[in-house]
Ligand binder design. Structure first.
Ligand code: AMP
Length: 284
């Protein structure tokens, strides 16, 4: 029989539970999510389960990190399925605070990491990463985990959160895990449910653009413009796709590159109709 996770609705109750767990000498892992759980989330949950005695999954659709109201309103919410999956995967507690519990009247703090959030998604989603860092700092404060697990699917987010954790001296190990993909290569995402069958077919252009870039890099091409042009052409070949950005950056500090010398990562964002998809991968 699977054990139902406890459901915690306020920062105060989460804090009290975590204090109790920690005083029993147990190690806490946190996997932050916005719900609509899929196999990608579950891979983080299963990994986190191996890292701690007490596993908390947070489910909170954070209004602060949405730059478009329509995206926030349309974001899938699947509480019943999510809590059943958490039970099956051995989650001890689901932290699902309400928006008013997280941001009560008078809430006035913003956590912002300079630099890393400027390019890539940050250039196209004003305020997004400040919303992410603010909410994750709050989740860290309430859950007090020793380890937190995030996906490399949101690579820029991962780098920003690692920087924040270091800069603010949170005693938390922030771990990034590989992107889980559908059998045909599309990165799993809660937003994939919005794709029409035609858009779903063409969504493969992200993975194909990454493959093209990787193939060139591994074949010895060092000129980033050449790689970017070839990858952008792959996206251009999908008639329903509109490329928002495609960039090759230093895998560590996310600075745009002109030549491939050290470790590089390509990242891109593509619109298919009203759905925005992102993906990234190492080039070398
Ligand atoms: P989200 O619910 O979209 O905010 O994502 C919650 C966490 O799951 C983040 O750390 C994401 O990077 C991670 N994640 C999302 N999609 C995937 C995926 N396909 N594979 C692995 N991790 C993922």
């Amino acid at each position: 029989m699977t054990q139902q996770p406890q459901v915690i609705r306020t920062p105060k109750d989460m804090h009290a539970l975590s204090a109790q767990v920690r005083s029993a000498g147990k190690r806490i892992a946190l996997v932050p999510t916005m719900g609509a759980l899929h196999a990608g989330h579950l891979s983080l949950i299963d990994y986190a389960r191996t890292q701690a005695d007490f596993l908390v999954v947070s489910i909170f659709v954070n209004p602060l990190q949405f730059d478009r109201d329509a995206d926030l309103d349309a974001y899938p919410r699947t509480w019943e399925a999510d809590s059943a999956l958490c039970a099956e995967h051995g989650v001890d507690a689901i932290y699902a605070p309400t928006a008013t519990a997280m941001y009560p009247q008078g809430f006035a703090t913003k956590v912002s990491v300079a630099g890393l959030g400027q390019g890539l998604c940050g250039a196209h989603r004003p305020g997004h990463f400040d919303g992410v860092t603010t909410v994750v700092a709050k989740l860290f404060g309430a859950v007090m985990p020793q380890v937190a697990v995030f996906g490399q699917k949101d690579y820029q987010q991962l780098k920003i959160l690692q920087r924040m954790t270091d800069d603010l001296n949170f005693a938390i190990e922030v771990i990034g895990r590989p992107t889980l993909r559908e059998a045909d290569g599309l990165a799993m995402s809660s937003r994939n449910v919005h794709l029409s069958p035609e858009e779903r077919g063409q969504a493969l252009c992200l993975r194909r653009a990454l493959d093209k870039a990787r193939e060139l890099a591994q074949g010895g091409e060092r000129d980033v413009e050449t790689i970017k042009t070839a990858a952008a052409q792959v996206v251009g070949g999908a008639s329903l796709a509109r490329l928002e950005y495609l960039e090759v950056v230093d895998a560590d500090n996310l600075a745009p590159l002109t030549r491939l010398d050290g470790l590089a990562r390509m990242a891109l964002a593509v619109w298919l109709g009203t759905t925005r998809l992102i993906d990234n991968d190492a080039l070398n």
